[in-house]
Ligand binder design. Sequence first.
Ligand code: ATP
Ligand code: MG
Length: 172
Amino acid sequence: MERRGLTILYTGNGKGKTTAALGQALRAVGHGFSVCVVQFIKGRWPTGEAKACASLAGLEFHVTGSGFTWKQSPEESRRAAEEGWALAEGKIMSGAFDLVVLDELTYVINYGLVAEGRILEVIRRRPPGVHLVVTGRDASPALVREAELVTEMREVKHPYAEGVKAQPGIEF
Ligand code: ATP
Ligand code: MG
């Protein structure tokens, strides 16, 4: 049976988008899939997922973007996003991966760092068997139209509202 590559999108303001994408990646690795994860917003600390994935066979993990965008000039942000997208595009189009996770890609589109049309074109032209998982808040209408599977995480409660700070193993 020929495999149909899906575009899966996790969006919304509730917690769970990145962790859902990583769960999907883990499930795929279990079936012997070749998986590539590209994260578009590099934080200050190495995350638990970056550490765990480093020792996982069958999974490549990349962190791109150079930190917090509001501390950079627009040119620096754009250059970092361009580099990240070039890497992701190469991985997607190579056909070497069964599943590619594009974590926080919506920010790259929403901040206008890479033209949305270029990203949509790669999603459409990719080898047909490649599954994609895209995450990030405020997915654009065009991205929602393009995806076949869209789940919106909706915040019902978050301990942040009670002043609980981000904790290792839970938030990063
Ligand atoms: P996770 O990585 O835990 O799956 P996420 O990908 O859905 O969360 P992002 O929008 O990428 O969340 O935000 C990244 C950080 O913000 C994470 O540390 C996450 O726990 C935290 N966060 C997510 N949702 C909320 C919220 N509604 N209020 C406060 N902090 C949040
Ligand atoms: Mg996230």
